[in-house]
Design a protein. Structure first.
Length: 168
């Protein structure tokens, strides 16, 4: 989901089940500046979300945090009620624990998924304005660091500058 949305990890970890628009594959997130913006995902996330929402009895979670920790919180470390799943009693998955889990099980860096998405969009020759829209970067200089055209892209652009051939 982090890769497909190109969102910040904290934004995705803050999502609740009721925030998800599964039909349109999107969800509202609270951005860095506090504004509400939409993130969009594709088939990979759409395929995995139902598994994430399924409860052991076969029913589906309808509200509460989307990503959950492995265990119920101990009384001494009980989070706010909004951060506890009403169906399972488990707490919202935090950034640090998500970072450790992703590194341990997938060998990936939590924040790097966002950067990889932006870089792959740049490699696919997606215009900078669209990359900024997807990643929700406000400053073009910030987004430009992910757009590093390769030799093939430079050669293709050079063809545009070639003199036109006469056809008569």
């Amino acid at each position: 989901m982090l890769y497909e949305t190109a969102a910040r990890a904290a934004e995705i970890l803050a999502l609740n089940v009721e925030d998800l628009d599964l039909e349109h594959r999107r969800a509202p997130v609270r951005s860095k500046g506090g504004a509400t913006e939409w993130v969009y995902w594709e088939s990979g996330t759409a395929h995995l979300l139902p598994r994430l929402l399924r409860l052991p009895d076969g029913s589906t979670r309808t509200h509460g945090p989307l990503f959950l920790s492995e265990r119920r919180p101990v009384p001494a470390r009980r989070p706010a009620a909004a951060d506890i799943c009403p169906h399972t009693g488990r707490a919202r998955l935090g950034y640090d624990r998500a970072r450790v889990l992703l590194d341990t099980y997938a060998g990936l860096d939590l924040h790097q998924l966002r950067h990889s998405a932006a870089t792959h969009l740049g490699d696919a020759e997606i215009p900078l304005q669209l990359i900024m829209g997807k990643t929700r970067h406000k400053n073009p200089r910030t987004a430009m660091r992910y757009v590093k055209p390769g030799a093939e892209a430079i050669a293709k652009v050079t063809e545009v500058l070639a003199p036109r051939r006469r056809s008569h």
